[in-house]
Ligand binder design. Structure first.
Ligand code: 5RP
Length: 243
């Protein structure tokens, strides 16, 4: 049945795909912001989804929050919103880290590093008692696919990429720590095998494969709301469960 004219006039126009994705990123980010409490030490990821997290966190006006940023862009944006940013080594262990992802596979494997910050992001995730991933639904995949971001030392970078095989520099893009960013375009197969091979290649500082046991909770927002997937990393006692 056609909507009557009065109803049709008051319905907002449907969101474009870009608007829907942005809306879903904001929803996932807002849900994650609610997992942060007063006094927590919080790891902040990098990217457009995290850009929605920062205001959501700042608006909560939590007391005694101290944050670690995984990139200069996140640091500047967080500070502009009044969030306190400290060095990771000044805070030690973090209570929670929240970050986006480029791909989220069904078993919980992630590909990260679209924003060239995967090394800092992995250090911060590993330093956190709880690592929460936020994403819009189009990031969910049944199997990981290339590219897999790499951070490589400048020294011998082309030799390092030849050892990796099927990899090339992402232009002259630098990581936040001045290393080069490249991407691996070869087959992924078993992500654990590829992750082990990349980690064992001299000159590869870090790769963008994150194993399921690093992840506590995944919040994926889509047209039916925010889906919560518990990860393999156990939630610390006394915290609300992911799901
Ligand atoms: C940055 C990342 C980001 O989390 C990833 O690229 C997702 O970005 P976005 O939230 O913009 O989709 O790993 O290094």
């Amino acid at each position: 049945m056609a909507p009557d004219r009065a109803t049709a006039r008051h319905q907002p126009p449907p969101l474009s795909n870009t608007e829907a994705v942005a809306h879903h990123k904001r929803e996932a980010a807002q849900a994650a912001a609610m997992m942060v409490d007063d006094g927590m030490r919080v790891g902040l990821g990098t990217g457009s989804t995290v850009a929605y997290l920062l205001p959501a966190l700042a608006e909560r006006n939590l007391r005694g929050l101290r944050c670690v940023a995984t990139s200069p862009a996140t640091e500047q944006a967080a500070q502009a919103l009044g969030l306190t940013v400290a060095a990771l080594d000044a805070l030690g262990e973090l209570d929670i880290a929240i970050d986006g992802a480029d791909q989220i596979e069904e078993r919980g494997w992630l590909v990260k590093g679209g924003g060239a910050a995967q090394t800092r992001e992995k250090i911060v995730a590993a330093a956190s008692r709880r690592f929460v991933v936020i994403a819009s639904a189009e990031k969910a995949v049944s199997a990981l696919h290339p590219p897999v971001p790499l951070e490589v030392l400048r020294f011998g970078a082309m030799r390092t990429l030849a050892e990796v095989g099927e990899a090339r520099l992402r232009g002259d893009l630098e990581s936040p720590d001045g290393n080069l960013i490249a991407d691996y375009f070869g087959p992924i197969g078993d992500p654990a095998d590829l992750a082990a091979r990349l980690s064992a290649t001299p000159g590869v500082v870090e790769h963008g494969l994150f194993a399921p046991d690093m992840v506590s909770c995944i919040l994926i927002a889509g047209e039916h709301g925010v889906e919560r997937r518990a990860g393999e990393k156990p939630d610390p006692p006394g915290t609300g469960a992911c799901g």
